[in-house]
Design a protein around this ligand. Structure first.
Ligand SMILES: Cc1ncc(COP(=O)(O)O)c(C=O)c1O
Length: 381
C-alpha cells in the first residue's frame, strides 16, 4: 500500500489538528551556541514535549486516525473534518460509544486514550512488561482501561488486534500488518503536522541533515516522506537512529528486506523498543533515507543531558530517552575521536544544518532525574 505524504495532505492534516481544543504548534528550538561549539552551521530541535499537554508527539497520529475513522463512519468529507463536526450531538447519536483498543509503550496509548476521552468514547490499552508505572497512570488518568501485560510490545500488538476482533472494538495501532493498513497509514499522515510545522518554522533555512528516531518506523517514514516532497532536489540527508537492542529498521536496511528482532529489547528508549518494522513505512524509508545508525543506551542519556543543560543563550529542552537519542548521537559524532569515521560517512561538517525532533519530554520522570541529575548511563570511554 502506498501512503500519500505530500505537502498537500500535510496541510489538510494540520488544518484538522488546528480544530482540536487548545491546539498550538510546538516550538522549534534554535541551539545556535551548541552549533557553534560543535563546529556546524545550525542545530535545530523541535520540542514535542509541548504537544497538547501530553509530553510527546504521538497524539498527532492516533488523534488524526481516530478522527478519520469517525469521519468515514459519519460520511464527513475530508475538507470538513473537524473536532466540532465529530462531536455534535447528532454525531454522538450516530456513532454510539466506540471502544478504541491499542498496544503501546506509553506515548501512543496516551494519545489514543486522550482522544477517546476528548471525543466521548472509550479506550482499552495494553502495555508491555517493564513499562514504568508513571506511563500506565498517565493513560489511566485519561479515563482508559490500561494494563501492563507479561509480554513484549509486539505480543501486545497481537493481543490488541485479537481483542478488537473478539469484542468488536476499533484497533488503533501505529504499525501495519497484513490486512491492517488503513489506520496505520492515517497515523503516519497525522505525524505530518510535526514535520510541516518544523519546515515552516525554519523560515527558509534548508536543513542538510534530518535525524529521526525509529520504533516501527512510522514517524520517521512520515517525516522523511514530507521532507522529500517539501524540499524536492534540496532534500536533506535522512539518518535513522535506533537503540541497538531493538534495531529492526537498521537490520532491515542492511538486509534490504524486512527483518524482525525478538525478546525483551531492554533499552531505556522504551518508545523505540519495537521489533517489527511497519512495512508501509519501510517502503517509504527505502526510498527516502540514506543512513541508519544503531546506538547503545548511553547515547540517549548523553542527549538528555546535553538538551537539559544548554549552553548559555540556548533554550533548554526537557527530552526523554526516545526523544534525545538523535541529538545525543549528533553531539557525540561531532565530539568523539572514535566516531570521526561515521561523522565523515554522514558528511557532517562546518556547512551542516541539523534538524532533530525531541519526540518526548520526561515521560519517565524518575529515570529522567537518575540520568540527568545522577549521571546514570554515563558516556562510554
Ligand atoms: C518518543 C517517541 N519517539 C519516537 C518514536 C518512534 O516512532 P515510530 O514507532 O513510528 O517509529 C516513538 C514511538 O512510540 C516514541 O514514543
Amino acid at each position: 500500500m502506498r501512503v500519500d505524504l505530500s505537502v498537500g495532505i500535510a496541510k489538510k492534516v494540520l488544518s484538522y489538528h488546528r480544530s482540536l481544543p487548545n491546539f498550538a504548534a510546538t516550538p522549534l528550538s534554535n541551539l545556535y551556541n551548541l552549533g557553534v561549539h560543535l563546529g556546524i552551521k545550525g542545530f535545530f530541535v523541535k520540542d514535542e514535549s509541548y504537544r497538547l499537554g501530553l509530553n510527546a508527539f504521538k497524539v498527532l497520529g492516533a488523534g488524526y486516525a481516530m478522527g478519520k475513522w469517525m469521519g468515514a463512519k459519519l460520511g464527513i468529507p475530508d475538507e470538513e473534518l473537524s473536532f466540532e463536526r465529530l462531536t455534535t450531538p447528532e454525531a454522538a447519536k450516530q456513532l454510539g460509544t466506540v471502544t478504541f483498543v491499542s498496544a503501546t509503550d506509553g506515548n501512543h496509548g496516551r494519545g489514543v486514550a486522550w482522544t477517546a476521552q476528548q471525543m466521548g468514547h472509550e479506550a482499552v490499552i495494553y502495555m508491555p512488561k517493564g513499562t514504568a508505572a508513571e506511563r500506565l497512570e498517565n493513560i489511566r488518568a485519561c479515563g482508559a482501561k490500561a494494563e501492563i501485560l507479561p509480554m513484549n510490545y509486539d505480543e501486545c500488538v497481537d493481543k490488541a488486534a485479537a481483542d478488537a476482533k473478539k469484542y468488536g472494538w476499533v484497533l488503533v495501532q501505529d504499525t501495519a500488518f497484513e490486512g491492517y493498513e488503513e489506520v496505520p497509514t492515517w497515523i503516519m499522515q497525522g505525524y505530518l503536522t510535526m514535520a510541516l510545522e518544523a519546515a515552516g518554522q525554519l523560515e527558509g533555512v534548508v536543513p542538510t541533515h534530518v535525524f529521526l528516531q525509529a520504533g516501527v518506523g512510522s514517524m520517521p517514514g512520515a517525516v522523511a516522506g514530507l521532507m522529500a516532497d517539501y524540499y524536492g532536489e534540496e532534500k536533506p540527508t535522512v539518518v535513522i537512529v535506533e537503540p541497538n537492542k531493538a534495531s529492526c529498521v537498521y537490520q532491515t536496511a542492511a538486509a534490504g528486506s524486512i527483518q524482525t528482532v525478538s525478546g525483551d529489547m531492554d533499552t531505556i528508549m522504551a518508545g523505540l523498543a519495537c521489533g517489527r518494522p511497519n512495512p508501509v513505512a519501510w517502503d517509504v524509508l527505502a526510498q527516502t533515507t540514506e543512513f541508519a545508525v544503531s546506538c547503545p543506551d548511553w547515547v540517549a542519556a548523553h542527549g538528555m543531558r546535553v538538551l537539559g543543560n544548554p549552553l548559555k543563550g540556548d533554550p533548554r529542552i526537557i527530552s526523554g530517552e526516545s526523544g534525545a537519542v538523535t541529538a545525543g548521537l549528533m553531539t557525540a559524532l561531532m565530539q568523539r575521536e572514535d566516531l570521526v569515521w561515521l561523522r565523515n560517512r554522514l558528511h557532517l561538517n562546518k556547512d551542516s544544518v541539523i534538524l532533530c525532533f525531541s519526540t518526548e519530554g520526561d515521560t519517565d520522570m524518575q529515570n529522567y532525574r537518575s540520568i540527568v541529575w545522577d549521571g546514570k548511563y554515563p558516556n562510554a570511554e
